[in-house]
Each structure stands twice: as structure tokens, then as C-alpha cells.
Design a protein around this ligand. Structure first.
Ligand code: CS2
Ligand code: MG
Length: 402
């Protein structure tokens, strides 16, 4: 089955998405997400100028060989732009292979290991009371796990507090919005939020929290310790992970489970974290970590050390990524949880999909392939709208990690 054509589709049904569509001489096509939030056009150029010309005429069934060709053959390995582009090709090819087999993708990976994919939603509010109410709304929708974030008194634009509603979207201005960060205020506030949530909702609901890289290792250790009484499912991105050894300090001090990985793009970004059992959940995604082919390697390494998966699933990962992730999640033996932030109705209409939510679980559906397609006519109605993620500064004006 020969690849005859491939094209990149950029659309903005409320937010920007980049999608690669690969076509074959057998009439089958597949799609893959290539969205890199705030840097979309870099991946578009990488795909159009450097990848698509290499794909034409290749055998679409040779998924592994094409992955190796794009990874080794580029000489310049890794990085979010390269790995998102490779992921898009890989996802589209797995889609095609599963369609050719007439099977949902999870069957090709090894079949279902569970009945459904446990997901967590995003509850956020300007203050603790608003967040408590938001968690209640997720519970009413059937969610068994909820990530909770709240505004911090005296902090302008704390991470995770959006414009409200279900569709929290951080990339909201053409030039980066400047937010202010105060670690002392946050460290004082965060345990109060979880104390309130446990008092309100009891021990059963799974609670998660995203620190979004804001703390130093010893501060992260302190936060983990102070959250122990509230039994979090995980504390996410508690400190930047370029230096994987930094997590030794956090790990020495707390039993709060640790999750990392949404900005990783290679198995080498998490090798020490996994092999030294410094984390409990690896959050790499289909789109930013080289597709199903590479994610499978990362999950295999993690399984050796009882580290479970917890794929990133924010709204800036398109439904094509979500669909592929759900097939992966249904199969992967060491599955932990899947983030599910819910896309807007406009986005759902541009990307018709087979996956569905019921009772706290998502299921990828039984459609052949990964079950997500793109309506190109509708996509064309939403032109690209440049948007960037915010930045953060400390109260004295120093640049910090957003
Ligand atoms: C996040 C995202 O979902 C998460 O856990 O950390 O909100 C993240 O900030 C965005 O995906 C950035 O593009
Ligand atoms: Mg996160």
C-alpha cells in the first residue's frame, strides 16, 4: 500500500490545531495530531518542507521503518518540533494500518486490558470555594478523578485558573501574557484547598494537582509532605525535570505520588526518573513523544519499574491525539489514568470521533483505525489565529517557569 499524498491541515475552531493527513493508493487515509501549542507553524514547516517529500511512494504498512527513517535519518534527533512531526506520521500510519485490518487500533496493539479508560477532569476556580463547587460539578457528570487548581490570594493569574467553565485555555493572547508568581503564597494556600476538598467530598474521589514546574526541588518536597494527609492521586510537574536527578530530593521527603512528562519528547528525557523509581506516573503523550511507536517503548521501560502511564490530554492536544491515546490506554498493561479536558463543540464538530465518555471512563469505540477523522470543509472555516502561552515572573520581576 503506497503513500500517494500527505497534507497538513491547520484549523482554529476555538483554538489552533495542526493535523497531518496521509493518503494511500488503496483509498485509505489516516490522520495524526501535530499540534505544538504556541509553536504550531514550526511543525507545519517541518512537515511540509522536510517530511512529506520523504513519505511519497513509501509503503504505508512499514510504520516502524518510517519512524526509524525519520528519527535516525534526520541526523538532528529529538526536540518537540521533530518529535511532534514524527508522531503525526506515526499516528496516521497506525490509523491506516488498523483501517486496512478492519480493526480498532487497540486490537493491533494487543487487545483491551481493561473495560474503559479512567479519566480525570479539570476543576478550577478563582478561590477555594469556586474550586470546591467545580469539583462537585465534575462528580455530578460522573468523574471519579478530578484535578483541582485554584487562584492564590495575591497572585495574578495563578496557573490552572482559566476563564471558567469546562474549556480552560491558557494560550489566549498573540503575545505572551505576563503573570506573577509567589511561591510562599502558593505553598501556604495549596494544602488548604485539599483540606477543604477532602472535608467536603470524603476519601473516595481521586484528587490530582498540577504544580506546573513552579517549585525548586526542596520546595516541592515540602509541598508533597504537606499534601500527604489528603492522599492525592498525584502531584504533577512539581519541579522542572531537565535535571532528572532533582527528583531524588523530592522523593526522599514525601510519599505523595509524583507525575511528570507532558513536555518530554523522548525516552531519554525520563530514563533516570523511571530507572531510579523517582516518579510514579509518566505523562508523555502520543503527539509530543513520537507517536504510538515511541510511547510503547517508554511504557515498556516504565512497566519494569512499576511506573504507570498518565497521558497529558489538555485541550491543545487535538481529538486525533485523544483518539490514538485512548486505544493505547485501553491496551497498555501499566495504565494509570488519562487526562480529559474536553474540547469545545466546534472542535468536536471539526474532528468527528468514535470515543465516548460514560461514568468516569472513556472508551475509544470500535471503529476501524483510531476512530477520529477531520472534516476538511468545516476546518477551512476556522483560519489560524496566532496565540501563545503565558510567561511567569516572580514578584520582584525575575523570569520564572510558567
Ligand atoms: C497542563 C496543560 O494539562 C496539563 O496538565 O499542564 O494545561 C499545559 O499547560 C498545556 O497543555 C500547555 O500547552
Ligand atoms: Mg500539566
Amino acid at each position: 500500500m503506497k503513500i500517494t499524498d500527505a497534507k497538513v491541515i491547520v484549523t482554529c475552531p476555538g483554538r489552533n490545531f495542526v493535523t497531518l493527513k496521509i493518503l494511500t493508493d488503496q483509498g485509505l487515509h489516516g490522520i495524526g495530531d501535530a499540534t505544538l501549542n504556541g509553536r504550531e507553524k514550526a511543525v507545519v514547516a517541518y512537515l511540509e518542507d522536510h517530511v512529506i517529500p520523504l513519505l511519497i511512494g513509501r509503503d504505508a504498512h512499514r510504520v516502524e521503518d518510517i519512524w526509524q527513517f525519520l528519527y535516525r535519518g534526520a541526523y538532528w534527533r529529538r526536540g518537540p518540533v521533530t518529535m511532534s512531526a514524527i508522531a503525526a506520521v506515526d499516528t496516521a500510519l497506525w490509523d491506516i494500518k488498523a483501517k486496512a485490518a478492519g480493526l480498532p487500533l487497540y486490537q493491533l496493539l494487543g487487545g483491551a486490558s481493561r473495560d474503559g479508560v479512567l479519566v480525570y477532569g479539570h476543576a478550577n476556580g478563582a478561590d477555594i470555594e469556586e474550586t470546591v463547587d467545580a469539583v462537585g460539578r465534575y462528580q455530578e457528570m460522573g468523574y471519579k478523578a478530578v484535578r483541582a487548581q485554584s487562584g492564590v490570594p495575591g497572585v495574578k493569574g495563578a496557573y490552572g485558573v482559566g476563564m471558567g467553565g469546562l474549556y480552560y485555555e491558557p494560550a489566549d493572547s498573540a503575545l505572551p501574557m505576563e503573570t506573577v508568581w509567589s511561591t510562599p503564597a502558593y505553598l501556604d494556600h495549596a494544602p488548604r484547598l485539599f483540606e477543604r476538598l477532602r472535608a467536603n467530598y470524603g476519601p473516595e474521589i481521586e484528587l490530582l494537582h498540577d504544580v506546573h514546574h513552579r517549585l525548586t526541588p526542596i520546595e516541592a518536597a515540602r509541598l508533597g509532605k504537606s499534601l500527604e494527609p489528603y492522599r492525592l492521586f498525584w502531584m504533577e510537574d512539581c519541579t522542572p525535570a531537565e535535571n532528572q536527578e532533582a527528583f531524588r530530593i523530592v522523593r526522599q521527603h514525601t510519599t505523595t505520588p509524583l507525575a511528570v512528562g507532558e513536555i518530554f519528547n523522548s525516552i531519554h528525557d525520563c530514563r533516570t526518573l523511571i530507572e531510579e523509581q523517582l516518579i510514579d506516573f509518566i505523562r508523555t503523550t502520543v503527539v509530543h513523544a513520537g507517536g504510538i511507536t515511541h510511547l510503547r517503548q517508554i511504557a515498556g521501560l516504565a512497566a519494569l519499574y512499576q511506573v504507570r502511564t498518565g497521558a497529558h490530554g489538555a485541550t491543545d492536544l487535538s481529538p486525533a491525539c485523544m483518539g490514538a491515546a485512548l486505544h493505547f490506554d485501553l491496551w497498555v498493561p501499566n495504565f494509570g489514568i488519562q487526562e480529559y479536558m474536553r474540547h469545545s463543540e466546534e472542535t468536536d464538530a471539526v474532528f468527528p470521533h468514535a470515543y465516548s465518555f460514560a461514568d468516569g471512563y472513556l472508551h475509544p469505540g470500535e471503529t476501524a483505525g483510531h476512530g477520529v477523522d477531520i472534516d476538511e470543509t468545516l476546518a477551512a472555516k476556522y483560519p489560524y489565529d496566532p496565540k501563545q502561552l503565558p510567561v511567569a515572573r516572580l514578584t520582584d520581576g525575575s523570569m520564572w517557569n510558567w
